[in-house]
Structure formats: C-alpha cells, structure tokens
Design a binder for this molecule. Structure first.
Ligand code: HEM
Length: 472
C-alpha cells in the first residue's frame, strides 16, 4: 500500500462525493441496472478517490488505474472480496467455491482450479469446444438460409453454456439445439438473488420468506442435488477407467483428480462448489465479451477486414480447426483485448480491507469497503491515445507505442486474477473464427440502429443486439 505521513492522512468520510440521503445513503441515486455508469459518472465529477454510501456504510471509490492495481495486488493478505457476499451465499445454502473463498481455503481451491484451467489442461478439452462451435455454425447456417434474425447475446450465451457446462459436468449439454440445461435454469434463479441480497438495505429474508425466497430455496436444493449426482457419476467413470486420471477430459474430472492428491485440502463438497463457480464465472462473462467484440468489429469495417483476412490465412476451415491455429490468431486476440478495454463485462470490483491500511493518502479501517472502477483511465485520452476509438492494433505495438500495462485490467489483477482467461480467449477466438470463415455478416445492430445500451446484471451485457448473416 502507498503510504503518506500520518498528519496528512484523510479519512474515508473526509473525501468528496455525492450528497447521501438520510438512512438510504446514495442508493436511491443509483440505477441498479446502470450502477456502473452512475459510479463512472461520479468518478469524472469527484476525481480518482471519493466516497459513496450504501445506507450508512461508506464505500471508497477508486478509479485511478495504478491505485486500483495496487489494491487488487494487495491480496490475499490486505483485501478480500466483501464478506457480505460470502455470508449471503452461505446462508442461502450455497457451496464454498474459489470466487468467494478466503485464506487457506482459497489457496487450496485456487491450486485445484488453476490445475483444471491451465493452458495444457484446456488444450485437452479442445475437441469438445470445436464440436460446440460446429453446432453453433449449423444453427447459424439455418438462420442464414432462412434469412432470419439472430438474437446475438442469446445464441452466444447458449454457446458458452454448452462449453462451460459440458466441461464442468463432463456430460454433453446442448442448449444450442434447444435442449434444456436444468442446472442452468436454477442458476438463473440463484445468481440474481445473490446480487440483489448483497446490496439490500434490510435482510428481510432472515425473518420472513416471500414466494421468491421459497422459489430460491427450491432451486438451490435442486441445484445441489444435481451437482452431487454429477460428481458421483464422474467418480464412477474415473474408478472404471483409471487411465482418465492421466489426461482428464473435463473440468470436473480435473478437479476431482487435483482434490484426490495428498494434502490438497479439498473434498467433494468443495469440488461441488467449484463446479457451480465455473458456471457462474465462465458463462455470461465470455458470451457478453464476444457479443461486444463482434458488435465493435462490425462498426469498424477496416478492423473487421483485417480479422477476416487473418482467419482466412490462419484458420480457414472450422472442420479442421486446431489449437495451434487458435493460438496463432493474434489480431483476433487484440480485438478481444480492445473490446474488453471499451466494454469490460466486470466494470467494477468490490473489495474489503482485512486490516487497518492506507490507500494513497486515505486511512481505510479494517472492514472498510472499496469499489474499484475498472473503466476510467482505460477510456481516457490522458492514458490511451484516441481512447474512444476501437483500434486493436494498439495491442500489437511494442516499445514506446505499446499500451500501458495496467491501464486495462478486464481479468482483474494480482493473485486473484481470473484463472479462466486462457479458456475464455480460446472460446472467443474459436467462435469468431467460425463466424468469419463461414459467413458474410449482413448486420449486427439494435432494432433502432442506436448503440446497444449497457445492462449491469451479473455482468455488463449489450441490450438487443441482432445479427443477420449470409453464407460466405
Ligand atoms: C471474457 C471472459 C472473462 C472475464 C472478462 C473474466 C473476468 C474475471 C474477473 C474480473 C475476475 C475477478 C478478478 C480479480 O478479483 O482480480 C474473475 C475471477 C474469476 N474467474 Fe473469470 N472472467 C472470464 C471468464 C472466465 C472463465 C471462462 C472461467 C472459468 C471457466 C472463469 C473463472 C473465474 C474464477 C474461478 C474466478 C475467481 C478467482 C479467484 O477468486 O481466485 N472466468 N474473472
């Protein structure tokens, strides 16, 4: 942490910020589905350090990227994810997973998850990824023949659900062809409830259960039961074919193998928690990043042309895609980085101080809450030349011209940085290469032609993007 002379230190309550309402604080001034934009707008007004209030609780907002990076890197000892989210997940009966774990439990789980998501492990899953991409290709071929409109976010969500759910469960999941994924249906009930309860002013559900709370209980029980059954089935497969342990074919098997290693500190309840965590962390993030990237490419014909040329040169045939081809798609990788700079699907990260500390010249007490704004400097001309422009080339420049290292941190930073980034980028390149090698894009737009609005649900998604395709 940065330090300053004690005499010069300010307190969180001394910082500027929007005037709070009595009792409710600044919550009534924030739109739940646009909360990221409200805080970004205040950052422009109040500067890189200011305070907002949820009820009476002060939260220090940081938007300077160097400071954000310093705070994110001061983990696991200095900061944690806010305890309230883990408390709410626990009281709902959620299983422990790496995203909400802390201390020794986090270290053990992180080791297991990293083993399952390491590039060499992900390479073993590549054939399953390609078969999902080919399924999406077939669906889009039909749409191109019919001249029908594709709901882009919806189709990409099916793609990412089929990939992550398939990998996490070790069984084929096919929502692209209209199959239902029961676990997904329950997740769609559970996730918004955790988000809603994390910022609720009054925890009424501890005293009275409304119909939505009973619905949530039912979904959670069903979710836990299904995951237990999947783990039992995976264990039975590993027992019947011990050779699978050498080269686990999916995330679930990889996690079970890592858990079974001596001294792993991890049992089946933790494996179960992390199966669900993979779905939670790996679906909307990837599909929304893809949707934003394809939209931005379509808006920038020169970049689209370069991306298409790269695909035609490096990976022209979806039936023959290889992992080496995907690793060679440097321009598409840069397109993804550029899309995440402008449209980070996690536009803020909340933290809680684990001890009394100092951030810049501000004293933060143990338990003090921090809101890291991830999109401020990354879209400012002061840090990125012509910051509003979509220019993937900036990610390929070296030396003086190279974009500054921490200005855009879409996967977070420090020891808790996203362990799924290699898989996510692979999925993104795979779907885009399939699209660009097989189709001419007629349009990617909203119904009115206006830029898509940003909706902050569990992640930041574009509203109402429609795609029209023609065969190549
Ligand atoms: C483009 C897609 C993705 C984006 C933008 C993204 C972004 C993030 C961010 C910002 C964090 C928090 C990092 C921090 O606190 O410093 C995170 C954590 C995490 N992500 Fe991702 N993610 C993506 C895809 C995935 C995928 C595909 C998986 C797994 C299948 C995944 C698994 C996780 C897990 C398990 C964590 C928690 C790590 C920990 O707390 O130690 N993510 N991700």
């Amino acid at each position: 942490m940065q330090t300053a002379m004690t005499a010069e230190l300010r307190h969180m309550n001394d910082l500027p910020g929007p005037r709070p309402w009595p009792l409710a604080g600044n919550l009534p001034q924030m739109r739940p589905l646009r909360i990221h934009q409200d805080v970004e707008a205040w950052s422009k007004q109040y500067g890189p350090l200011f305070t907002i209030r949820f009820g009476r609780t002060p939260i220090m907002v940081i938007s300077d990227h160097e400071l954000v990076s310093t705070v994110l890197r001061d983990r696991p000892d200095g900061f944690r994810r806010p305890a309230i989210t883990a408390i709410i997940s626990n009281e709902m009966g959620g299983r422990p997973g790496v995203f909400l774990a802390e201390g020794a439990a986090w270290r053990d789980q992180r080791r297991m998850v990293m083993a399952a998501l390491a590039p060499h492990a992900v390479k073993a899953y590549f054939p399953s990824l390609v078969s999902v991409a080919q399924r999406l290709q077939k669906r889009w071929q039909q749409a191109a023949c019919d001249g029908s409109v594709i709901d882009l976010a919806e189709d990409l969500k099916r793609y990412s659900v089929d990939i992550i759910a398939g990998l996490a469960f070790g069984t084929e999941v096919n929502t692209i062809d209209g199959g239902e994924d029961v676990i997904q249906r329950h997740m769609d009930v559970v996730l918004p409830a955790v988000a809603r309860r994390s910022i609720a002013l009054v925890p009424y559900w501890r005293y009275i259960k409304l119909p939505q709370d009973r619905h949530l209980d039912t979904s959670l029980a069903a979710l836990n039961k299904s995951v237990d059954e999947l783990i039992a089935a995976a264990r039975a497969r590993l027992a019947a074919e011990p050779a699978r342990r050498e080269r686990p074919a999916n995330l679930l098997e990889a996690m079970i193998c890592a858990a079974d290693e001596g001294g792993s500190g991890v049992d089946d309840a933790v494996v179960a928690g992390n199966v669900t965590t993979m779905l939670l962390a790996g679906e909307d993030t990837t599909s929304n990043t893809l949707a934003w990237m394809l939209y931005l490419l379509q808006q920038n014909p020169a970049a689209m042309q370069k991306a298409r040329e790269e695909v035609q040169r490096v990976a022209p045939n979806p039936r023959a895609f290889t992992i080496e081809q995907m690793d060679g798609l440097d321009y598409l990788d840069a397109c993804a980085q550029e899309a995440m700079r402008l449209k980070p699907v996690a536009p803020f990260l909340p933290l809680e101080a684990l001890r009394d500390t100092v951030v810049s010249d501000v004293q933060v007490p143990k338990g003090g809450l921090i809101w890291c704004v991830m999109r401020n400097d990354s879209v400012s001309d002061a840090h990125v030349p012509n910051a509003a422009d979509f220019k993937p080339e900036r990610w390929l420049q070296q030396g003086e011209q190279a974009i500054s290292k921490h200005v855009s941190m879409p996967f977070g930073a420090g020891v808790r940085t996203c362990p799924g980034r290699y898989l996510a980028l692979l999925e993104i390149k795979l779907a885009s290469a399939m699209l660009l090698s097989s189709f001419t894009i007629h349009s990617i737009d909203t119904a009115t032609g206006a830029a898509p609005e940003e909706l902050m649900g569990f992640t930041m998604s574009p509203i109402g993007l429609q795609m029209r395709l023609r065969h190549y």
